[in-house]
Each structure stands twice: as structure tokens, then as C-alpha cells.
Design a protein around this ligand. Structure first.
Ligand code: AMP
Length: 275
């Protein structure tokens, strides 16, 4: 595997790679969820590039940018073992020169749910992914269902800004007890970790109740009862998969999305209802 920290050597390597090129953007601290995206890219494309960049623009001023887990050596080994062709791990100045001032505005979609909780988050995500797509020019972009609203934002970005890249969404990888894998799970204390799978259980209950004919509101109430008392729920809603506007009846493709705090750690999860 080649490792490049700057654009010119990354592009020199990319020129030698066979197409189609699959691309997996990450913030590192890689776990089996990230690796599932790499496996999908490896299976479907001739070459695979992964980026590793903890993007300061997608963190709010009070968020965990400084303490976000970083382990470059371990990530490097995992990606090399998975047969990745190129690891692009730029320095912040490579992505954002000192007078950087141009951003991608994702509109209303970026103001709902995660965007309401984190007002500059999707602007930061969309800006860095647009830049990475320009820099690496991949054929297929691999995204995790785990970050459902991000898949909607980036699918729209690709369409609205005429990138030729195709988007592939890969299903969420979970722990045996249902907790979605996340780099932020490392922040959980023992009791928080024990309570965390109730977010997934709540989403499953909500889906079951809706499918049994209950109203979305009744289903939501049943789901809230499944959540651990330790969880501080932020939202639990049925939404359209591309606009993220709320649905009162099940109309696929849709997501059931949830976010809750366990102690200081904010966790997200969702169920993808495709048909
Ligand atoms: P991150 O490093 O958190 O920016 O995530 C990089 C990519 O991995 C994103 O497309 C995420 O949606 C995806 N991802 C994170 N966790 C999981 C998971 N548990 N299952 C599948 N994909 C995931």
C-alpha cells in the first residue's frame, strides 16, 4: 500500500491504478464498520483509495476535535492488510490553506436533525468530501448507512454539483448486542456501554409498532419506553431517506433515525427501510 500525505504524490500513485477506483473517506480510528466499506470497495472496484483526515471543519467549537481518537499506525496496518492501494492522509494545511474561505452550503437538508444539533457540521462534511472527490477523482464513493443523514447530504451533493462519482451505501456493522460500531464508542464508561444498545432496541421497537399498524406517534412512545433511563434522547423520528423530512406514514425509502446522549457521549443510529 502506498501512503501519501500530500496531493501531488497521491495523484502520481492514482495515475498508475486500474479503474474503477473505489474511495472510502474516513476520520481514522478504524473499526470493522470502516473495514466493511473497504471490503465492499475491494470487491466491486479494481483499485481502492482510503482517506484519513480528522476534518476540523465538521466539528463545532465545543465538540471533541482535540480528543477524537487517533491511531495512525494501527489504521495503516489494517488498511494494508485489507489490500488498499492508496492511503491519503493529508495534513490540515494540505486541505485548508491559511486563507481558505470557500464552503459548500448544503441547504435545508443540512439544518435538520444532526444539522440542528451541529449547525456547521454538514457544511464541513460536504466541503471536505467535495474537495476529496476533486483531488482523487474516484469512480465510486463508499459511505456508511450508520451516518444516514450524511448519505443523504452527500448523495445530493454529488447530484447537485455534477460529480461523476457513483455513491454506494453500505449497511451498518454492529456489535453482537446491537450497538452500531463507532469510533466514539471508545468514550463510553462501563455502565454507559451497557445502556447504549437500547438506542438500537428502541429503533427496532418503533419499526415493529409501525409495521403492526400503530401511528408514528404511538410507535415512538413505545420505543421511548425501551430506552435505558440513562439515555438522554435527542430525537427519534421516521424520515424520508433523501429529504430527511418527517413522515407520518411509512413511505420507503425511509430511515428511522435516533440520537441520544449516554453520559457525555452522543450516539446516533438508524434503521434503513428500503422497500
Ligand atoms: P468516520 O470515520 O466516522 O467519518 O466514518 C467513515 C465512514 O465509515 C462513514 O461513511 C461512516 O458512515 C462509515 N461507518 C462508520 N461506522 C460504521 C458502521 N458501524 N458500519 C458501517 N459503516 C460505518
Amino acid at each position: 500500500m502506498n501512503v501519501a500525505h500530500e496531493l501531488a504524490p497521491a495523484r502520481a500513485q492514482l495515475e498508475k491504478l486500474a479503474r474503477p477506483l473505489g474511495f472510502v473517506p474516513t476520520m481514522g480510528a478504524l473499526h470493522a464498520g470502516h473495514m466493511r466499506l473497504v471490503e465492499a470497495a475491494r470487491a466491486q472496484c479494481k483499485s481502492v483509495a482510503v482517506s484519513l483526515f480528522v476534518n476540523p471543519m465538521q466539528f463545532g467549537p465545543q465538540e471533541d476535535f482535540e480528543r477524537y481518537p487517533r491511531d495512525f499506525e494501527a489504521d495503516n496496518e489494517k488498511l494494508a492488510a485489507a489490500g488498499v492501494d492508496l492511503l491519503f492522509a493529508p495534513e490540515t494545511a494540505t486541505i485548508y490553506p491559511p486563507d481558505f474561505s470557500t464552503f459548500v452550503d448544503v441547504g435545508k437538508l443540512g439544518t435538520r436533525f444532526e444539522g440542528a444539533a451541529r449547525p456547521t457540521h454538514f457544511r464541513g462534511v460536504a466541503t471536505v468530501v467535495a474537495k476529496l472527490l476533486h483531488m482523487l477523482e474516484p469512480d465510486v464513493l463508499y459511505l456508511g448507512q450508520k451516518d444516514a443523514q450524511q448519505t443523504a447530504v452527500l448523495t445530493r451533493l454529488v447530484r447537485d454539483l455534477n460529480f461523476t462519482t457513483r455513491v454506494e451505501i453500505v449497511e451498518t456493522v454492529r456489535e453482537p448486542d446491537g450497538l452500531a460500531l463507532s469510533s466514539r464508542n471508545a468514550y463510553l464508561t462501563g455502565p454507559e456501554r451497557a445502556a447504549a444498545p437500547t438506542l438500537y432496541a428502541a429503533l427496532q421497537t418503533m419499526l415493529k409498532e409501525i409495521q403492526a399498524g400503530k401511528s408514528v406517534e404511538e410507535a415512538r412512545e413505545a420505543a421511548v419506553r425501551v430506552l435505558s433511563p440513562q439515555a438522554r434522547l435527542e430525537y427519534l423520528n421516521l424520515v424520508d431517506a433523501s429529504s430527511f423530512s418527517r413522515l407520518q406514514t411509512l413511505r420507503p425509502p425511509a430511515f428511522l433515525v435516533g440520537a441520544a446522549r449516554f453520559g457525555r457521549t452522543r450516539l446516533l443510529d438508524n434503521l434503513w427501510i428500503r422497500t
